[in-house]
Design a protein around this ligand. Structure first.
Ligand code: SF4
Ligand code: SF4
Length: 435
């Protein structure tokens, strides 16, 4: 019998708000205008622009080249004409160069039979170069995959973990990929095996996943002659955070080497780059929330606006109270419906009032629910009190820097205190001071 893992303390049990669907993941309509921001969210840097207004572009053409560590190549997700280059806004409201491409011309990728490269004849330097060239980015962080793998390839033993856990109530993208694309995921593991030679490869998945899907993964792994472990985790938020997965696995295996957690959507982008010679121009996104008529997962072109995706999913059935990117707990509010999806977008949610967990702030009643919820053994109510009183140094002494911003404490708080917002603000200030 397979044992089920989890973290030792803290966390909250959240309802799964997204019904599971066995339907294949469909491609979203191509956008009439694609807004392409010139950085992956989170890296803080921009790639070097290569195109100008009025220029015709092929589908997948390079429009900006990586300019040092933390930046990544960007490609046009549709064929068309560069309509404008503007200081736009990313979904979190940050000012950025945005290339607006209007759909025109013929398709060089869509509707064509995908190329299939014989990648096994490539050496690891060639594969890394391909990942860099195709702008493949780690979907959960926005870090260029080339940077991540290049740093690991000669840096001692690595344990590779495919993180298919989805503890956020509105996410099932990674699990859906695991179910619908097991062959591609195992191929991607095989490619990573060639680059990193990891000590072990494990797939972290929800203990509730049907065994038929696990058997399919095992069978493909056997065909590829790849040894892959299956690690089942009990459903408790924020178990999908890489540091908690790492802690749970280290408890079991001891501390051999560094751990690299990559989610299935990143592995799909890697697979398309190496096997199909395709740039990272698409993203698997869950479009949902209580205000959406027909919630579902789609594979959408980067640069598609949130408004277009909502429309494709039947539009609104009620007025959304909030539009959130990447989940209600750790995500960010969308600036507006024209905001585009990026390489780091995994869900876009139009939440109605009952889902926003909002309410008037009340004074702390010292109930201790936040302490019980914190997986890092912090005392969130005390950190909050110290920060409000301007005693940030004492909050750091009590471990503020260890806070992962998981928001389990805020979810558990009866008094609706904006705990995480305050922690994040102070941590960001702390980082700015340190730079
Ligand atoms: S956001 Fe920080 S303080 Fe709150 S539960 Fe998560 S780790 Fe603990
Ligand atoms: S959960 Fe909220 S009300 Fe309860 S102790 Fe923590 S901060 Fe105070």
């Amino acid at each position: 019998m397979m044992s089920i893992r989890g973290f030792r303390r803290g966390g909250v049990t959240l309802p799964q708000r997204m019904a599971f669907s066995h339907d294949p993941i469909e491609n979203a309509f191509l956008p009439i205008h694609a807004k392409l921001t010139l950085r992956a969210a989170g890296s803080g840097k921009e790639a070097r622009l290569l195109v100008s207004e009025g220029e015709e572009l092929r589908e997948g053409q390079l429009i900006a080249r990586a300019d040092g560590k933390g930046t990544t190549n960007a490609h046009s997700s549709i064929p068309g004409i560069v309509r404008r280059i503007v200081r736009g806004r990313s979904p979190d409201g940050t000012a950025l160069n945005t290339v607006v491409v209007s759909l025109a011309g013929s398709f060089s990728i869509s509707g064509k039979r995908p190329e299939r490269y014989i990648w096994k004849s490539l050496n690891k330097t060639d594969i890394l170069h391909l990942l860099q060239e195709k702008g493949v980015t780690q979907v959960s962080t926005g870090i260029p995959l080339y940077d991540l793998l290049h740093g690991k390839k000669d840096g001692g033993p690595v344990q590779l973990v495919v993180n298919a856990l989805e503890m956020d109530p509105y996410r099932r993208v990674e699990e859906a990929i695991l179910i619908h694309h097991p062959q591609e995921l195992i191929d991607a593991c095989d490619i990573l095996n060639k680059i990193l030679k990891p000590e072990s490869i494990a797939i972290a998945l929800d203990a509730g996943l049907q065994t038929a899907y696990i058997d399919a993964l095992r069978s493909h792994a056997k065909d590829a002659d790849l040894k892959i472990g299956i690690e089942s985790f009990k459903r408790r938020y924020p178990q999908d955070m890489p540091q908690l997965i790492e802690r749970a696995l280290r408890d079991k295996r001891g501390a051999a080497g560094s751990m690299l957690c990559l989610e299935p959507s990143t592995l799909m982008a890697l697979h398309e780059a190496v096997v199909s010679n395709k740039a990272h121009i698409e993203q698997y996104v869950y479009v949902g929330g209580g205000a959406i008529k027909e919630p579902r997962i789609v594979k959408a072109r980067i640069g598609t606006s949130l408004g277009d995706l909502f429309e494709e999913c039947g539009g609104f059935k009620g007025l959304p109270e909030r539009v959130v990117i990447n989940g209600p707990l750790c995500g960010s509010l969308a600036a507006d419906l024209d905001s585009p999806i990026e390489k780091t977008t995994r869900s876009v949610l139009a939440l109605c009032h009952e889902e926003t967990h909002s309410g008037a702030e009340q004074p702390c009643v010292r109930c201790g629910a936040c302490v019980k919820a914190c997986p890092e053994s912090l005392k969130p109510y005390l950190l909050y009190k110290l920060l409000i009183a301007g005693r940030a140094n004492e909050a750091y002494d009590l471990g503020l820097a260890r806070c992962t911003s998981c928001a389990a404490c805020a979810y558990a708080c009866w008094s609706r205190l904006p705990l995480v917002q305050l922690f994040d603000r102070h941590k960001a200030q702390g980082q700015n001071h340190a730079q």
